[in-house]
Design a protein around this ligand. Structure first.
Ligand code: FAD
Length: 288
């Protein structure tokens, strides 16, 4: 099924994100984790694409496993920075061969060990170039990324205009960067509506279960830790068990508030963790 239709026909839509195998997370282990996540019956599972294509084949393989063996809808991420059209076409062909109908079209960041020259090496500069290309050549439902607190390279208004371009060129739904303050997300929705960005805005939620990890992620993503969360991190950050419980409670509260404000899609950044994901889903089972 195309994810575009899922958002049209179901409310709310719950989805998960996992990352493909890498040297710390072997394929067999990931398959076990993914199978368990699939047993919680998400509406779809997305599979990230390692910066610069480092996990290219792993992305297709795990996405195919989700779609064809676990029979859950899947969304394959794809970044275009530094890629030639032919490489992208080959990846899209692989998706087609594996019956995968949904793609998250991204620009990507400069991969480790590379420099800015990567921007001039490929045929694409921005995610919008990739979206245009896919829309013209493929029959896929296309998602794109957005940043409730603004992408780190631009101020909010400019970033919003570029988001509008992605939608006008064919993005069917938008998934957000992690954020911890719902008000920021809801304010962003108001601004997006003013620009007639009318596709579903899906909230990307990450459970904060490890204080060190979350500080690294927020620094990378350019997203704020509100005072309320900072106090939780200070109080419970050094006790892994308490931190996990507090993080699950925080994410649960975020989700309930977003759904009460008619946000129709919740995308859980699972970090390939089954127990945390299950507890959150159990907490919100009354809305599913
Ligand atoms: P774009 O939409 O291309 O935007 C990038 C910047 O360029 C923005 O500042 C934008 O305002 C600006 N811009 C856009 N169009 C123009 C234009 N025409 N002229 C001038 N400026 C322009 N990364 C990975 O490597 N793998 C993943 O699997 C992955 N998954 C992600 C999933 C989600 C939900 C999110 C939110 C991010 C993900 N990322 C992933 C990270 C993403 O690649 C980076 O955030 C990247 O910096 C921007 O990607 P984008 O697709 O949003 O880029």
């Amino acid at each position: 099924m195309k994810i575009k239709n899922l958002y049209e026909n179901k409310n709310p839509v719950f989805s998960f994100e996992i990352f493909p195998p890498n040297k710390n997370f072997l394929e067999e282990k990931l398959k076990t984790v993914t199978k368990e996540l699939a047993s919680y019956k998400p509406d779809f599972i997305s599979v990230t694409y390692g910066a610069g294509g480092t996990t290219k084949s792993g992305t297709v393989e795990i996405a195919s496993y989700i779609k064809n063996e676990l029979k859950i809808e899947t969304l394959a991420h794809l970044t275009c920075i530094g890629s030639k059209k032919q490489e992208i076409a080959n990846f899209l062909k692989e998706l087609k061969n594996n019956n995968i109908k949904n793609i998250l079209a991204l620009r990507g960041d400069i991969p480790q060990g590379e420099n800015e020259s990567i921007y001039n090496r490929g045929d694409y500069k921005y995610a919008s170039d990739l979206i245009k290309d896919i829309k013209e050549n493929e029959d896929l439902s296309i998602g794109a990324a957005f940043y409730p607190e603004t992408h780190y390279e631009n101020n909010d208004l400019i970033d919003l205009f570029h988001l509008k371009e992605k939608v006008d060129l064919g993005a069917d739904f938008l998934i957000s960067q992690v954020f911890f303050e719902n008000e920021t997300f809801l304010r962003f929705r108001e601004q997006a509506e003013k620009l007639s960005i009318n596709v579903p805005l899906v909230a990307g939620i990450i459970p904060v279960t490890n204080a060190t990890q979350i500080k690294r992620i927020t620094a990378l993503c350019n997203c704020k830790i509100p005072l309320k969360l900072e106090k939780i991190l200070d109080k419970y950050g050094s006790n892994p068990d308490s931190m996990k419980k507090a993080g699950i409670a925080y994410a649960t509260e975020q989700i309930i508030e977003l759904l009460s404000n008619d946000i129709r899609g919740i995308h859980l950044y699972t970090m390939n963790k089954t127990d945390t994901t299950k507890e959150i889903l159990d907490n919100v089972s009354f809305v599913r």
